[in-house]
Design a protein around this ligand. Sequence first.
Ligand code: PPS
Length: 288
Amino acid sequence: MANTDLYMIYHGILVPRISHSEESLNYHEKFTVKDDDIFSVTYPKSGTTWMQEILPLLLNGGDLTVVQTIPNWDRVPWLEETRASSILDKIPSPRAMVSHMPYHLMPQTFFNSKAKVIYVTRNPKDVLVSSFHFHKMASFLDEPGTLEEFTDKFLAGNVFFGKWTDHVKSWQNTDLGDRILYITYEDMLQDLRGVLVRILTLLGRQLSADALDRVVDHCTFKNMKTNTMSNYSLVPQNIMDCKKSSFLRKGIAGDWKNHFSPELDAKFTAAIQEEMNGSNISFPWDEE
Ligand code: PPS
C-alpha cells in the first residue's frame, strides 16, 4: 500500500507530495509546449541530474556560469513539479526541461509540437540500487526496507513514477520519429563526448572542439559531485541526508553486482523479461 502522506496518486502512479501538487500537475497538463522546447525524459535515477548539467551547457556554447550559479532544479526544471510555474515563464527559449512522466501523460500540446526529446535509459538493476540508497537518504520517500523488500515494491511499480518497464515501453513506442533521441546512461559513461555530439545533432547545434572538451570535463562525475549547484548539498539535511548517502553516490555502471544475491538477480531478471516480452525492445545490458 502506498503511503499517501508522502505520495499523491496521479493516473495510477505515485508522485512525491514534496514536489508535486494538484496545481503543479494541472499546470503540467495545460502547459503550452513550444516548438523549440527540449525535454529530457527519464525514469528516476537514470541520469536526470546529468542532463540538467549537460543541456544548458550545450545550449549556451559551453559557458559554465549558469551551472555554477543556478541550482539544477531551477535551470532545467521538472515540468510536473511545483517550481515549474514560477520558472518556466522566465527561462529564455529554447527552454530545456526534464520530466519523469510516461509518454501518454505528457501535456496535450506536446504531441502537436515539434519539441525534441532526449530519453535516457539506465540498466534497471542499477536504477534499483540507486533508488534504494536514495530512499534511505530522502525523508520525502518511504523507508525502503531491505533491498529484497524494496525490489518487490519496485517490480510492482509501488515506487515513485511506477514501473520501470511501463515507463520504458511507453517512450519506446511513440510517434515522435526524429524528434526523439534515445541514449543510455551507460553510453554516457563510456563516451560522453560522442553522446554530446548526438544531442547537438538532434538540436541542430554545434560547439567548438574546445567548448565541447570543457563541457565533457565539467560533466564528469568527479566534477559534478563538487558542484554545489548540482550535488543537492543546498537541500536541508532533514530533507536529504547526505550523511546517509550522497545524491551523486557512485556514478558507475554495474554497482548492482555489489548488491544483488544470485537469487535476487534471477528473480529481478525474470520479472523484467516477462514484462518486456513481445516488446521488441532490447538493451546492451540484457546480455549481462
Ligand atoms: S533523480 O532523483 O531522478 O533526479 O536522479 P537522477 O539524476 O536521474 O539519477 C541519479 C544517479 O545519476 C548519477 N549521476 C552521474 N553518474 C555519472 N556521471 C555523472 N556526471 C552523474 N551525475 C549523476 C548519480 O550518481 C546517481 O546514480 P548512483 O548510482 O546512485 O550514483
